[in-house]
Design a protein around this ligand. Structure first.
Ligand SMILES: Nc1ncnc2c1ncn2[C@@H]1O[C@H](COP(=O)(O)OP(=O)(O)O)[C@@H](O)[C@H]1O
Ligand SMILES: [Mg+2]
Length: 236
């Protein structure tokens, strides 16, 4: 099993989009995938479990698992797109606040995950240094950070990189050029950041698919970009 956490200290950079479509691309490559929503904004949950009852999601959310009120196996939903999901609800921020000083919580989370049988676990996180992000970084083998090109993006990247290294020396931290144009990627690569070869261009198809809870059209330019990214990530 490999655990991939998608993180950035910036909001709106494509974390959830990357978590969703990378999960789907790995699933298409016949990998068994669990996607976990660790963001109280619960956009990943909304994408995959749009038709699920709110009360059922509430009962089986990641917050209840983190506080030890529910065994992790019981929180897993089978989504219609064949990616298993552990959902989040807005109350996660309250639970996270209560767990802030429970230093064993990230360790418990790690051992729960390592007992599951998946090829990849992908974790979406909120854009702030928080209990949820710390849990995500603690359990990660690889941390993927979507980066567009802006001075602020790059500043956030460096702060997160040092946080990841503090969470564990062997963790891989790598940027994924996301929602970019070719010209901007060139500038990004010259900036000396560690980035994937694969990149995700800005595309209306991605924005539409994520809004409508649908996968990308098979063979489309954007689906191909995620397929190539998935191939690169699977080899890391
Ligand atoms: N490559 C892309 N091309 C076009 N729109 C994108 C792309 N990546 C993300 N978006 C859009 O940008 C917005 C923010 O993306 P999101 O993944 O929610 O960011 P985050 O999780 O970092 O806050 C969403 O509306 C999403 O559809
Ligand atoms: Mg998000």
């Amino acid at each position: 099993m490999k655990i991939i956490t998608v993180a950035s200290l910036k909001g709106g950079v494509g974390k959830t989009t990357l978590s969703i479509f990378l999960s789907l691309a790995l699933q298409s490559a016949k990998k068994k995938i669990l996607a976990i929503d660790l963001d109280h904004n619960n956009n990943l949950t909304d994408f995959f479990l749009r038709d699920e009852e709110v009360d059922t999601i509430q009962e089986k959310s990641i917050g209840r698992v983190l506080k030890g009120a529910l065994p992790i196996q019981e929180s897993i939903f089978k989504s219609p797109l064949n990616v298993d999901i552990i959902p989040s609800v807005p109350e996660l921020s309250q639970i996270a606040f209560e767990l802030l000083f429970d230093t064993a919580a990230p360790l418990r989370f790690d051992s729960m995950l390592r007992n599951l049988k998946y090829d990849f676990v992908l974790i979406d996180t909120p854009p702030a240094i928080s209990f949820e992000l710390s849990c995500g970084l603690h359990v990660a083998d690889t941390v993927l950070c979507p980066v567009g090109y802006s001075r602020w993006n790059i500043q956030g990247y460096s702060i997160l990189e040092s946080k990841v290294k503090r969470a564990g020396e062997n963790k891989l931290f790598i940027g994924v050029p996301s929602s970019v144009t070719d010209k901007r990627v060139e500038t990004l690569r010259e900036g000396g950041l560690s980035l994937t070869k694969a990149l995700i261009h800005k595309s209306e198809a991605i924005a539409t698919a994520s809004d409508s809870g649908k996968p990308l059209k098979e063979g489309s330019t954007s689906a191909e970009e995620f397929r190539i990214l998935a191939k690169e990530i699977a080899k890391i």
